[in-house]
Design a binder for this molecule. Sequence first.
Ligand code: NAI
Ligand code: AKG
Length: 394
Amino acid sequence: MTFNIKTIGNNIDEEGLKEFGTDFAIDKVAENEAEGFICRAQNFHDYEFSKKLLAIGRAGAGFNNIPVERAASEGIVVFNAPGGNANAVKELVIAMMIFGSRNLKPANKWLSDQMGTDKSIDLAVEKGKKAFAGAEIAGKTIGIIGLGNIGSRVANDAESLGMKVLGYDPYIAVERAWEISSHVQRVTSLDEIFAKADYITIHTPLTDETRNMYSAVNFVKMKKGVVVLNFARDEITNKEDVLDFIENGTIRYFATDFGSEKFYHNDGIFVTPHLGGSTAEASLNCTKMVAHSLERYLKTGEIINSVNFPRVRQAMLTPYRVTLINKNVPGVVARISDAVAQENINLANIVNRSQGDFAYTLLDLDESDESKVEALVGHFKDSENIVRVRVIKK
Ligand SMILES: NC(=O)C1=CN([C@@H]2O[C@H](COP(=O)(O)OP(=O)(O)OC[C@H]3O[C@@H](n4cnc5c(N)ncnc54)[C@H](O)[C@@H]3O)[C@@H](O)[C@H]2O)C=CC1
Ligand SMILES: O=C(O)CCC(=O)C(=O)O
């Protein structure tokens, strides 16, 4: 069987797509004919998914561009590439912190406005440069909100650059916590970050808690002259409030990956065009990661790095595997097992894992008779609690 994968947008790394094996055809059919999508930041909230679509690979970290709960309810598994672009974002954040501290935006603008001979400009430069004298980051305190793949890397590198590091992440994953330098001080209140940090950077998903976190209600708690960075998501920032707090001197410099017309012309603000994860390396990593996840899911039913279904790894040793996406309600697994028994099929293995309102059930059938497997699937076709059934032949 050949699976059709459709790339959405023109930003998908071609080299990374070569990870797909020979059973996969890339961009050979229309979107509504594909079993899998690979996308970046394209917005799918108003998109009508076709019944054929089984999986979406988000070649990046953030997945707020995809309606993941609706996708689950339509039997579509969404994968992302955790950590695939974390180094890229970390490098840009460190660069932007130094860029701001050294007043490089106004300094460069001033230089670009100089006219005359090299000699006269050199004289003017030596006379005028004191207006842009900056500050060093070593010895300063950085507060990092979110210590995941990106935040943990920023924390470790800031610490090696001589900064005192405060980290806030009430939901930190154990494996990330192990990776963070013991010199990074974990704080349990955001207000401690706001009160103590000379630099503040956020590396969380966009959630109800983080939306508008950079707004007046928190800016008033920050130190005068603070440097604030947002390379996470646009909606974390209240742009009018940023402009007000630059104007009143609280924020010395604001760096962000998400712009606004008023930001571009402000000397205290530096905007990059959503470039955090845009390096050749990150693009390749992320495409490879989601290609692997899609390939594995489509060929074996195993789920790795999904954001809307639990992890399921199970070697396929039987002639047939049936996978079901079902509502997470009582009695479904019992009914599935009953159907297997009614068809007199030997069940070699059953896995059922839930996440939120949906669950994933994997049945390994010790049965080579295709007609019996078809009869079993017939039991599930009209069930209101089962949204997707697939048969995978070894
Ligand atoms: N500018 C760009 O191009 C990129 C932006 N991003 C953004 O950065 C975000 C973080 O990326 P990763 O570090 O790779 O994700 P991640 O999932 O590895 O880490 C996110 C961390 O945020 C923490 N967190 C969640 N809610 C929090 C809260 N209210 N307060 C404090 N911590 C909280 C989580 O516990 C987790 O440790 C992404 O969700 C995405 O929005 C990611 C990659 C590229
Ligand atoms: O795909 C991109 O360039 C955006 C990266 C990003 O924002 C993410 O991975 O969350």
